[in-house]
Write a protein that binds this ligand. Structure first.
Ligand code: ATP
Ligand code: MG
Length: 296
C-alpha cells in the first residue's frame, strides 16, 4: 500500500532551508483524495493504540508544534489528527499575542509552564517560534518585551535560535520527543480561503482584517520561516514542511509523522511486578466466588 514518505517533508538538520523546493500543492504519492480513502481513519486507530501505551508506560511525552500562515489549516489539522485520541492523554495550547503578564517574563516562560507531562501529548497551536517569526517580521514588537538595555542587538535572532535549540535538546534528554510542523500553504490558496471566509456567513467569524495586512508581508514571513526552520531543525527536534494546499493531505502527513515518532520509541505497557500480579489473582478469585450461579 502507498504511504507518505515523510523523509521528503523533513527539513534536513544543518542544511540551508529553501521553501521553494517544497511544493505546497504536493499530494505525493496520492493522485487524489480518493486514492487515500480510509487512510486517515486507519492512522487515527493506530495513533489511538500508540497513545494508550504512551500513557500507560508514563515515561515519554510528545510535544507537537504547529506553525503556519493564516488559513493554512492549523486548527483543522490539529482537530482531525487528535480526533479519537484519549482526552486525558492530550492537551492543546494556543499561543496568541502575549499578555502584559507574559511580557513581564522571558519569552519561553508561557510555553515552559504548559509542557506535556510524561505519558501525554502536548499540542502547541503556534508557539515560542512566534518570537523569531512574527517578531522578526515586526521587530517593533521587541519594544514591548521589557528587555534590558543592550540586549536587543543584530544577533538577537541567532541567539534566540540557539536558545530554542538548547531548550529543545534539554527536553529531548529528559524524555520529551518533539516534532515541529510548518503547514506550507501557497499565497494563491491562502487568498482563495480568505475570500471563502468573506463570502460564507458561517466562516465570517474566522476573518480578521489583520490577516490581510500580514498577507502583504507574505514574502517576509517566508524568509523568516526559512531562517528559523533552517537554524532549528535538529535530529532530536526536526521540522517537517507539510504541503497545505490540500487539507486532506496535510492531515494524513501530520498523522504519519506522529505515528513514526511514537513507533520509534518502542513503547511497552509497564511490566507487572509480583505484588501487582498477586493483586490481580486475588481480584479474579473474589469475582469468581461472588459470581451468580448459572441457571439450569
Ligand atoms: P486563526 O486560524 O483563528 O486565525 P490564529 O492562530 O491565527 O488562528 P489569531 O488570534 O488570529 O490566531 O492570531 C494570533 C496572533 O498572535 C498571530 O498573529 C500571532 O502571530 C500572534 N502571536 C503569537 N505569539 C506571539 C508573540 N510571542 N508575539 C507577538 N505576536 C504573537
Ligand atoms: Mg489568525
Amino acid at each position: 500500500m502507498k504511504t507518505i514518505r515523510t523523509q521528503r517533508l523533513l527539513a534536513a538538520p544543518g542544511e540551508r532551508m529553501r521553501l521553494s523546493a517544497h511544493d505546497p500543492a504536493s499530494t505525493f504519492p496520492f493522485p487524489s483524495e480518493h486514492h487515500a480513502k480510509g487512510m486517515l481513519k486507519k492512522a487515527q486507530r493506530r495513533l489511538f493504540e500508540l497513545t494508550e501505551v504512551l500513557y500507560a508506560q508514563d515515561r515519554w511525552s510528545l510535544l507537537l508544534i504547529f506553525q503556519a500562515m493564516d488559513a493554512a489549516g492549523k486548527d483543522s489539522a490539529i482537530k482531525h489528527v487528535m480526533r479519537g485520541l484519549d482526552p486525558k492523554a492530550t492537551q492543546v495550547f494556543t499561543f496568541k499575542v502575549p499578555s502584559p503578564e507574559e511580557l513581564d517574563h522571558d519569552f519561553m516562560w508561557r510555553a515552559l509552564k504548559v509542557l506535556p507531562e510524561r505519558g501525554r501529548i502536548g499540542v502547541f497551536n503556534r508557539s515560542y517560534y512566534e518570537e523569531v517569526l512574527v517578531v522578526r517580521v515586526h521587530p517593533e514588537l521587541l519594544e514591548r518585551q521589557h528587555l534590558p538595555p543592550g540586549r536587543v542587538t543584530r544577533r538577537i535572532w541567532t541567539e534566540r535560535y540557539e536558545d530554542i535549540c538548547n531548550i529543545e535538546r534539554y527536553l529531548g534528554r529528559n524524555g520529551t520527543i518533539i516534532r515541529k510542523f510548518f503547514l506550507h500553504v501557497s499565497k494563491a490558496e491562502q487568498r482563495r480561503r480568505f475570500v471563502e471566509r468573506l463570502d460564507d456567513p458561517a466562516k465570517n467569524w474566522k476573518f480578521s482584517l489583520s490577516d490581510v495586512s500580514e498577507r502583504a508581508r507574505f514574502d517576509d514571513y517566508m524568509r523568516a520561516y526559512e531562517a528559523a526552520i533552517g537554524a532549528t531543525s535538529t535530529r532530536e527536534a526536526p521540522w517537517y514542511v507539510v504541503p497545505a494546499d490540500h487539507k486532506w493531505f496535510t492531515r494524513l502527513a501530520v498523522a504519519q509523522v506522529i505515528i513514526e515518532a511514537l513507533e520509534s520509541l518502542d513503547l511497552q505497557f509497564p511490566p507487572l511486578d509480583r505484588a501487582k500480579q498477586r493483586e490481580l489473582s486475588t481480584a479474579r478469585r473474589r469475582l469468581r466466588a461472588t459470581a451468580a450461579p448459572r441457571r439450569a
